[in-house]
Design a protein around this ligand. Structure first.
Ligand SMILES: [Zn+2]
Length: 75
């Protein structure tokens, strides 16, 4: 009887540790997914100097601008 209880406890411990490991890995993967947008290149508007993601910037003649107004103001 004592052996059976020990075996059950070992199995429960194994399941607990396995779940904890996989959950940690999932959380790390989720954190990586969240960091992807933040890792996007930041560029600086040549007119006002504001930093913005490259995907939101306006590129003109190799220079970045935050909006069309600033692009026209610089050229
Ligand atoms: Zn600007």
């Amino acid at each position: 009887m004592g052996k059976l209880i020990t075996l059950i406890l070992l199995v429960l411990l194994g399941v607990y540790l396995y779940r904890r490991m996989t959950r940690k890995r999932d959380a790390a993967a989720a954190a990586d997914a969240r960091e992807v947008p933040a890792a996007e290149d930041m560029v600086r508007c040549k007119t006002c100097g504001v930093n913005l993601p490259r995907s939101e910037a306006i590129l003109s003649a190799g220079r970045f601008y935050c909006c069309d107004e600033h692009r026209r103001a610089d050229s």
